[in-house]
Ligand binder design. Structure first.
Ligand code: FES
Ligand code: FES
Length: 165
């Protein structure tokens, strides 16, 4: 077992973990952060995307021990004071989801994308989300949601926190 200490959604945690434990397993099974989901076993779907020190990562592709000392933000840490993050709000307003399974990862990747490029073109949005798969929406409303979020995030108070990996 290896001792790790990290911050998850603003809360400090310390745990003994097996070196082979994946970050997504740690988040879900130890911390109960089931908002971060597992959609594949091939690192393809992006449903497990979180921010690791401000950079988006697929948490099924990161060991929990690699997050030692890091700050992790999951979909459950995006809202502030009961207010949805502007990207969450935009997905809701623009119907950027159907079954919702891909949505946590899509939103985390979108937040990172907008942190990197606050005014992305449609092509840049599609490229920025290419590592996140959706089986329901056909992606059009997801792209619209990111465009809508970019429009609504002109104020510094609404600025995103993440970055692209
Ligand atoms: S669970 Fe599919 S990429 Fe991580
Ligand atoms: S909304 Fe169902 S997989 Fe994207």
């Amino acid at each position: 077992m290896t001792r790790i200490s990290l911050t998850v959604d603003g809360a400090k945690v310390a745990d003994d973990v097996e070196p082979r434990m994946l970050l997504v397993q740690y988040l879900r099974e130890r911390l109960g952060k089931t908002g971060t989901v597992i959609g594949c076993d091939t690192s393809n779907c992006g449903a497990c995307t979180v921010h690791l020190d401000g950079t988006s990562v697929k948490s099924c592709n990161v060991l929990a021990v690699q997050a030692d000392g890091a700050e992790v933000t999951t979909i459950e840490g995006l809202a502030r004071d009961g207010e949805l993050h502007p990207v969450q709000e935009s997905f809701r307003e623009c119907h950027g989801l159907q079954c919702g399974f891909c949505t946590p990862g899509m939103i985390m990747q979108s937040v990172a994308l907008l942190a990197e490029n606050p005014r992305p073109s449609e092509e840049e949005i599609r490229l920025g989300l290419e590592g996140n798969l959706c089986r329901c929406t056909g992606y059009h409303n997801i792209v619209r949601a990111v465009q809508h979020a970019a429009d609504s995030m002109d104020t510094p108070a609404a600025a995103p926190t993440g970055g692209l990996s």
